[in-house]
Write a protein that binds this ligand. Structure first.
Ligand code: RAM
Length: 354
């Protein structure tokens, strides 16, 4: 095509798009994604071997197809043993390759920031999801649920299981640097302090199983050994709660030491049936991956600026607005939600649906 023809075609496309973009930009009008923009996008979870992140990738793939992106969607992540340096390496190499967006569930709040900042300086969109980095190192965060609410949900599940009598309980978390778990545990501690109704719940310890099944299993065993009066383990990690259930089962402690936290229904089903896990909560990782992809695609293609107050439509999930993150100063977030809660009473409903 001659330069003149190319210029004329580009002008035509611009003229055709102008009214759409102008309409989208109007105040209060939700922005609707234009499909077909070619973008290479990296989905970088904490650990690609963890089934929740496989589900998130399935959601991202759904959005990738729906938005008819001719570019690539790359799902890659570190091994749990190399969690933080592995993520830094992938961010750095993706920057060198010149991808358009990196979507990160971070293994560390601070340590990834130099790498994500360098990526942003190179024009790459950085969207965090599930587990954020410091606000200065990201465009925005897709929060699965409200982080303060997670603390209350955890405190309420403990109260529900231990009753007014209360007793000793311990937290089995993921890695010590996981920003999502750390925020949830802090929010739970704040809830315990603020509300009298939790007065008899005694948090005796917080241990870390690194989101590795074997480490988490051993940490659960350590807790029951160290605290003979322990009534409950609260594990706000799908890896931790499944490993703790197995440890309690092997030790024949199911029902003696109760188990709660955040669990993936498909991994918890048999443990609930055996009475080794009483109640847990979670959200849809599939939807989280889908929403994350939508936002990242729209920012990377210039259809969204990523500024507070912008409203857009994330395909089948509907309208969302970018807002201030109430849990992180200067942070921006999009809140997904809701929580689903699972226990033996609603077992039939959720077990068949998985
Ligand atoms: C594990 C991971 C993930 C967290 C869930 C609840 O799978 O730590 O980041 O969101 O648990």
């Amino acid at each position: 095509m001659s330069t003149k023809k190319l210029f004329t075609s580009l002008l035509l496309v611009a003229l055709l798009l102008a009214p759409i973009l102008a309409a989208n930009a109007q105040d209060g009008e939700p922005i609707i994604a234009e499909p077909g923009v070619e973008l290479d996008m990296v989905l970088l979870p904490k650990d690609p071997g963890n089934p929740v992140f496989v589900e998130a990738n399935e959601g991202a793939m759904e959005a990738h197809e729906e938005l008819e992106n001719p570019g690539e969607l790359i799902f890659t992540g570190p091994t749990p043993e190399n969690a933080i340096p592995g993520q830094i390496e992938i961010i750095t190499s993706s920057t060198t390759e010149g991808v358009d967006a990196i979507m990160i569930s971070a293994n560390a709040y601070e340590e990834l920031v130099p790498a994500t900042t360098a990526a942003m300086e190179a024009g790459i969109t950085i969207v965090t999801w599930d587990s954020p980095v410091m606000p200065e190192g990201e465009d925005l965060f897709i929060a699965q649920v409200d982080f303060s609410e997670t603390g209350i949900v955890m405190a309420d599940m403990a109260l529900n299981l231990l009753g007014e009598e209360g007793g000793e309980f311990a937290v089995l978390s993921a890695t010590p640097d996981a920003s999502n778990q750390n925020a949830w545990i802090e929010a739970m501690q704040a809830a315990l302090e603020e509300d009298e109704k939790y007065a008899n719940l005694e948090l005796v310890d917080i241990v870390y199983g690194n989101d590795v099944a074997e480490d988490s299993y051993n940490q659960a065993l350590g807790l029951v050994d160290k605290y003979p009066d322990l009534k409950l383990i609260m594990a706000p990690t799908t890896v931790g709660i499944a490993a703790a259930a197995k440890a309690l089962q092997d030790e024949e402690l199911c029902g003696t030491v109760l188990l709660s936290g955040l669990g993936l229904p498909s991994e918890m089903e048999s443990f609930v049936e055996a009475g080794c896990a009483q109640e847990f909560a979670l959200w849809s990782f599939h939807d989280l991956g889908y929403l994350t992809y939508y936002v990242s695609y729209m920012i990377a293609s210039g259809q969204l600026e990523g500024e507070i107050g912008e409203t857009f439509v994330a395909g089948r999930m509907g309208e969302y607005t970018i807002e201030e993150d109430p849990n992180r100063e200067d942070g921006k977030r999009i809140k997904m939600g809701p929580f689903s809660q699972y226990n033996a009473d609603n077992f039939d409903e959720w077990a068949s649906g998985e």
